[in-house]
Ligand binder design. Structure first.
Ligand code: PEP
Ligand code: MN
Length: 334
């Protein structure tokens, strides 16, 4: 829409779009309002609206992902989580154990994360394990622990949902709902979280292309939940010395293609504690809006992902080293 388009002109266009059986998505920026139109022939749209009052231009978005496309929203999306605007200049740091194992270790982790300056706490109650014989998480008991620790520390919670059946229970305690790599293409789950009005952390599938990942985000956005944070967590390659190959190309590329915030998980990205800090620093240097790292008070005794978990001391070191890197690339670490 033109800069001087009136609210009535915007409403009129929206109404006409809907009368033609198409879906509209409104993005009201400070400089201009953009109306996303889904499900149409772009040439027909041009004919209909190019001369309409208030319309500045009609731009067909040729990529298959529309609402996540930077052409739809030229400015970075900011998503408020606790005290941080994720997607802004502020670097967002999420830390905590892979799984919630018991109340004591989770509270000890949370206190350590908070004391070192972490902004949000991660921890899985429902764990997607490769083997059915591995620890599957404390499930609903884990959610109760999350709730108690959230109340005690005030830290916002990031936690994974594995199935639609558990979504309400997870959404009851999680400030940010994590969709894991293995569920990135669980399209019915994506549509369900799209119905919520709660930020979603969408991890990249371990064998997914960037376009497939953005199309998965599109499943959530197209349901009206625009608060999606993308998370690069490493992809499978031929290299066996690391668990995955952390694809940092994805960070500046996503920032070109999309307005959505993108963060990095160097823990799953490397699988090795000794590499986590270096890759977290590299992530922020490459333009990531934040990092999510696994931290455990006693990694040698962890029930999942101990080998890639930082100790609480290691996490303090990471926070100290992150600040000058963030500042060097024009970012802040609150
Ligand atoms: C996790 O965050 O513990 C996890 C299972 O991650 P991913 O889905 O990236 O493997
Ligand atoms: Mn893990």
């Amino acid at each position: 829409m033109r800069h001087d388009a009136t609210p009535a002109q915007v409403a009129d266009i929206v109404q006409q779009i809907e009368q033609h059986g198409m879906k509209s998505h409104l993005s009201s920026g400070e400089e201009r309002t953009v109306i996303g139109v889904i499900g149409t022939n772009p040439f027909q749209l041009k004919d209909l609206f190019v001369e309409a009052p208030g319309v500045a231009e009609v731009i067909p978005i040729t990529k298959p992902y529309k609402l996540s496309n930077r052409e739809f929203r030229p400015h970075d999306t900011h998503i408020r989580v606790g005290g941080v605007d994720v997607g802004s200049n502020q670097v967002w740091v999420v830390a905590g154990p892979c799984s919630i194992e018991n109340a004591e270790m989770f509270l000890e982790s949370a206190r350590g994360v908070k004391a070192a300056g972490g902004h949000a706490l991660r921890g899985g109650a429902f764990k997607p394990r490769t083997s059915p014989y591995s620890f599957q998480g404390l499930r609903h008991d884990g959610l109760s622990i999350l709730k108690a620790v959230r109340a005690e520390t005030g830290l916002p919670i990031v936690s994974e949902v594995l199935s639609e059946a558990d979504l309400d229970a997870v959404a009851d305690v999680a400030d940010v709902i994590q969709i894991g790599a293995r569920n990135m293409q669980n399209f019915s789950l994506l549509s369900e979280v799209g119905q919520l009005r709660r930020p979603v952390l969408l991890k990249r599938g371990m064998s997914s292309t960037i376009e497939e990942w953005l199309l998965s985000a599109e499943y959530i956005l197209s349901q009206g939940n625009y608060d999606v944070i993308l998370c690069e967590r490493g992809i499978r390659t031929f290299e066996p010395y690391t668990r995955n190959t952390l694809d940092l190309n994805a960070v500046p590329l996503i920032r070109e293609l999309s307005h959505l915030p993108v963060i990095v998980d160097p823990s799953h990205g490397t699988g090795r504690r000794s590499l986590v800090i270096a890759m977290a620093l590299a992530a922020v240097a490459s333009g990531a809006h934040g990092v999510i790292v696994e931290v455990h008070p006693h990694p040698e005794a962890a029930l999942s992902d101990g080998a890639q978990s930082l100790t609480l001391d290691g996490f303090r070191t990471l926070m100290q080293q992150l600040r000058p890197v963030a500042e060097a690339v024009g970012r802040t670490l609150a």
